[in-house]
Design a protein around this ligand. Structure first.
Ligand SMILES: *Cc1c(COP(=O)(O)O)cnc(C)c1O
Length: 380
């Protein structure tokens, strides 16, 4: 079956009751018919609710299918899923090579928590590609990627980095939230653990937080084990929302790609914009990698305003009427964010000709969104 058919037909109710959607089962205690059944449940009977029953199981199955993975773990937020992937991949102390473009709270975890585990975070240029080999030593404990980077949208050469890591026996983790698990498959490229915030495109409606990690083979076994060890659980009500969001994901992504590209092209032609960081634009420095590895684009991208200070950039965001000001992306509503206050770089300083703004294009009419952007840019 092709991808879109699988998304519709996976994770459906298997109770034979005719319902299209699996029921929400809320449970901690699951009563057993006997003590022996309690301690050694036979068949598929669960003996406790931690880890989730339904539709958590169906959601895991569906996301496992997206990545063609052997296990999918669910975590209570996207951040928790990246942390779970990193903790699972790490086998001991050493040096963790982390992309300089990772999501801010992941960077904070790496800076504050990894040293307590005897792991030193070292940041590398997201565009390092096969050059990662020069940083790998016998001490390298992990390589973490995020592609594209959250704010600055560099595309990483995931196949080259994964293959260098494999050759050295180093585990790899990627945050692939932007692709929603459908626009590229990092596991196919040799990455060991693929984490994403289901909060974003899979959810699609800005009404819950959740994350997933997918892995194959030995990595999948480690992942299933760690997920249990840490007691991770997500609410079945939220799992239901994630599964519901998944059904329309390809449709929403197609619309996000088309609308964001239309707005990106108009911004590129706007006299007050110096650069548009949208990987699907031929002008994007990593467009060739994008064209090679991705089957499409999401609706979240950034742009640089020519000679506009960070403060003026914030004032422009504040003057938008239709775009909301807020964190996150991938919802049905469009959002704008001034990025300059959050950018942290240590491998290579972030250099730009002006303020960096990020947009998440929602499902409104493109002409209304463009009119809003035009009136805000006219204030410069
Ligand atoms: C939002 C986001 C996360 C964190 O997801 P939460 O569900 O908000 O914790 C992690 N990585 C990326 C790239 C994100 O955009």
């Amino acid at each position: 079956m092709k991808r879109d058919t699988r998304i519709i037909h996976s994770g459906r109710s298997d109770e034979g009751d005719g319902l299209v959607n699996p029921a929400i089962k809320r449970a901690s205690t699951v009563l057993a018919p006997s003590t022996s059944e309690l301690y050694e449940p036979t068949g598929s009977r669960r003996h406790y609710g931690r880890g989730g029953i339904a539709p958590n199981k169906e959601l895991r199955d569906a996301i496992r299918g997206l990545y063609d993975a052997d296990h999918c773990a669910l975590a209570p937020s996207g951040l928790a899923s990246v942390v779970l992937a990193i903790r699972t991949a790490l086998k001991g102390p050493g040096v963790a090579l982390i992309s300089d473009g990772v999501y801010g709270p992941v960077r904070r975890f790496c800076d504050e928590e990894l040293p307590r585990l005897g792991v030193k975070p070292v940041y590398y240029d997201p565009r390092i590609g096969a050059g990662i080999t020069s940083l790998i030593t016998s001490d390298t404990a992990l390589i973490a990627l995020e592609s594209p980077s959250s704010l600055t949208l560099e595309i990483q050469d995931a196949p080259a980095i994964a293959s260098a890591a494999r050759a050295a026996g180093v585990p790899t983790v990627i945050d692939d939230t932007w692709t929603a698990g459908v626009l590229m498959n990092p596991l196919e490229m040799g990455v060991d653990y693929a984490a994403q915030a289901l909060t974003k495109y899979v959810g699609g409606h800005s009404d819950f937080l959740m994350g997933s990690v997918a892995a194959r083979g030995e990595a999948a076994k480690r992942l299933a084990d760690r997920e249990k060890l840490y007691g991770l659980h997500v609410s079945p009500d939220d799992a239901f929302l994630a599964l519901r969001g998944l059904r329309t994901l390809p449709l929403r992504l197609e619309r996000a790609e088309a609308a964001s590209l239309e707005i990106a092209r108009r911004l590129e032609a706007h006299p007050k914009v110096s650069r548009v960081l949208h990987p699907a634009l031929p002008s994007h420095p990593d467009h060739a990698l994008y064209a090679r590895d991705f089957s499409g684009a999401a609706g979240c991208f950034s742009f640089v305003l020519k000679g506009v200070s960070a403060r003026e950039g914030e004032a422009i965001v504040d003057s938008l009427k239709l775009f909301g000001i807020g964190f996150s992306w991938g919802g049905y509503e469009s959002l704008a964010l001034s990025c300059d206050r959050q950018i942290r770089r240590t491998a290579l300083p972030w250099k730009a000709e002006g303020a960096l703004l990020r947009l998440s294009i929602g499902l409104e009419d493109v002409e209304d969104l463009w009119a809003d952007l035009e009136q805000a840019l006219a204030r410069i």
